[in-house]
Design a binder for this molecule. Structure first.
Ligand SMILES: Nc1ncnc2c1ncn2[C@@H]1O[C@H](COP(=O)(O)OP(=O)(O)OP(=O)(O)O)[C@@H](O)[C@H]1O
Ligand SMILES: [Mg+2]
Length: 384
C-alpha cells in the first residue's frame, strides 16, 4: 500500500531562503520560530532537496544529537558527508539526508530532555577545533570540484550556547564561515530567545561552571535573523485532500481551519488531530477534545512542573505576569504564597534554575517564555 505523505510542501519558501543566502551579500540566516512550528521538517524535506536542485551541497547538522559533546557530532557528521562527496554513488548525500528524515519521522512525539549541569558538557579541545577547520576546508574543496557551493544547515544551534565550554566551537565555525565566502549557512533552533541572543547580542549570559556569566557571543552579527512563518492557510486544502483521497473522509474546511487556529497553528498538533481522525474515525470536534488533553501531557508540562519547587513556580508566574523580579510587590507575593519570609537569594536561585532549564530566556530588554501553556499549568497546579 502506498505510504501516506502528510508533509505539506513549501518549495517557494525554500527557494526564497536559498536565494537570500546564495545571492545576497548576507550568506547566512538564522530562522527564529517557536517550538514545533515545523523548522526541522522544512529544513529536511523542503530546503535540503531544493538546495541540491539549485547547485548547493546541503550538509545537515543537528546539534541536539549530542548535546553534551556537540564537537564530536560535528566531526562525525562532516566525516560522513566528506565520504559521501568523495563517493561516486550519486545517491550518497541524498541517502544521508534521508536517514535524518527518518529520525525526524520517528521522533515525532519525542520530548527533548535538557542537560542541566555544566559538568556533563565536554570541553572542546584545540585538536578538535583544528580537525573541524580542516574538514570544512575539505568540504569546500570537494564542493568546488563538483561545481557546487556548500550549504551548512545547522539545526538546534542554541545548544552551542548552552555552556561556556562550547564557545570555542562557535568561534571556529564563525571564523571559517567568515573566511570562505563561498560557504552559505542556515541556522535554526528551538529556543526563540536563545537563538536571538546568540546572533543579536554582543554579550549574553552563558552557563559557566554552575553559574551564569556574561560572555561575548561569537556569532554576534554573523547572520540575519528571519522569523519562520506558520504553515500557509492553503495547507488546510492539502490536508483535506489527503483525508478525502486516502481515507474517504470529507471534513468541512471551516472546521479544520478553526481547529488549526485553536491549536496555535502548530503543525505538530494538527498532525496529531488528523491521526486521531483517521485512526479512530473521529470528527474534528471529538478529536479536538482528545488532543487538548494530550497537549498538557505531551507538552511534558507535568514532567517539567514536577522538577520545580514552589518558589520556582511562583517566580515563573511573577516573571511571566510582570517581568519584574525583586520589587516590593514581588517579594510580598512570594512570601504570601510561601507562608514565610522569602530571601532575595532564593529568588535569584529560582531564576537561575528557570534559565538553566531553558524555561525562561532573557536578552536585551526582552524576556522569553519558551514553553507554551506552562503558566496556565502552574496556576492550576498551585490553585491560583
Ligand atoms: N509542512 C508540514 N506538513 C505537515 N506536517 C508538518 C509540517 N511541518 C511540520 N509538521 C509536523 O510537525 C512536527 C514538528 O515539526 P518540526 O519537528 O519540524 O518542528 P520544529 O520547529 O523543528 O520543532 P523544535 O523546535 O522542537 O525543533 C513534525 O514532526 C511534523 O509531524
Ligand atoms: Mg526542530
Amino acid at each position: 500500500m502506498r505510504q501516506v505523505d502528510w508533509h505539506y510542501k513549501r518549495p517557494e519558501l525554500a527557494t526564497r531562503y536559498l536565494k537570500s543566502v546564495g545571492l545576497s551579500p548576507i550568506s547566512r540566516i538564522a530562522l527564529l520560530g517557536v517550538r514545533r512550528i515545523g523548522k526541522t521538517a522544512f529544513l529536511l524535506k523542503d530546503l535540503a532537496p531544493k538546495a541540491s536542485e539549485l547547485g548547493f551541497v546541503p550538509i545537515y547538522l543537528n546539534i541536539w544529537e549530542n548535546e553534551e559533546s556537540p564537537q564530536e557530532h560535528i566531526i562525525m557528521t562532516l566525516d560522513r558527508f566528506i565520504s559521501s562527496m568523495k563517493s561516486s554513488a550519486k545517491q550518497s548525500i541524498k541517502d544521508l539526508l534521508a536517514s535524518e528524515v527518518k529520525k525526524l519521522d520517528i521522533n515525532l512525539g519525542l520530548i527533548k530532555a535538557t542537560v542541566d549541569t555544566s559538568a556533563s558538557h565536554t570541553a572542546v579541545t584545540p585538536s578538535e577545533i583544528s580537525q573541524i577547520s580542516e574538514q570544512i576546508k575539505e568540504v569546500i574543496r570537494l564542493a568546488s570540484e563538483m561545481d557546487k557551493r556548500p550549504l551548512f544547515i545547522i539545526d538546534e544551534v542554541q545548544i552551542l550556547n548552552s555552556s561556556e565550554k562550547f564557545l570555542p566551537l562557535q568561534a571556529c565555525l564563525r571564523t571559517n564561515f567568515d573566511t570562505f565566502d563561498e560557504i552559505c549557512a542556515i541556522y535554526a533552533g528551538s529556543s526563540r530567545g536563545g537563538v536571538a541572543a546568540m546572533f543579536n547580542q554582543k554579550e549574553a549570559e552563558v552557563l559557566t561552571g554552575e553559574k551564569f556569566a556574561k560572555r561575548e557571543m561569537p556569532f554576534y552579527n554573523s547572520a540575519s535573523l528571519v522569523e519562520f512563518p506558520h504553515l500557509e492557510p492553503e495547507c488546510i486544502d492539502f490536508f483535506l485532500g489527503v483525508l478525502a483521497d486516502r481515507f474517504s473522509i470529507n471534513c468541512p474546511k471551516r472546521e479544520l481551519s478553526d481547529a488549526f487556529k485553536a491549536l496555535d497553528y502548530s503543525p505538530f498538533w494538527l498532525r496529531m488531530l488528523l491521526t486521531e481522525m483517521t485512526a479512530n474515525m473521529q470528527d474534528v470536534t471529538s478529536a479536538m477534545k482528545i488532543i487538548k488533553g494530550k497537549i498538557e501531557v505531551d507538552g511534558a508540562l507535568d514532567y517539567i512542573t514536577a522538577g520545580l519547587s514552589k518558589i520556582d513556580k511562583l517566580v515563573y508566574l511573577r516573571l511571566h505576569g510582570t517581568r519584574s523580579k525583586y520589587s516590593q510587590q514581588d517579594m510580598q507575593f512570594y512570601s504570601e504564597h510561601m507562608g514565610k519570609a522569602v530571601k532575595k537569594s532564593s529568588v535569584q536561585n529560582a531564576i537561575s534554575k528557570l534559565k538553566r532549564l531553558k524555561l525562561v530566556t532573557e536578552y536585551d530588554a526582552g524576556m522569553f517564555f519558551e514553553k507554551a501553556g506552562l503558566k496556565t499549568y502552574i496556576e492550576k497546579d498551585l490553585n491560583l
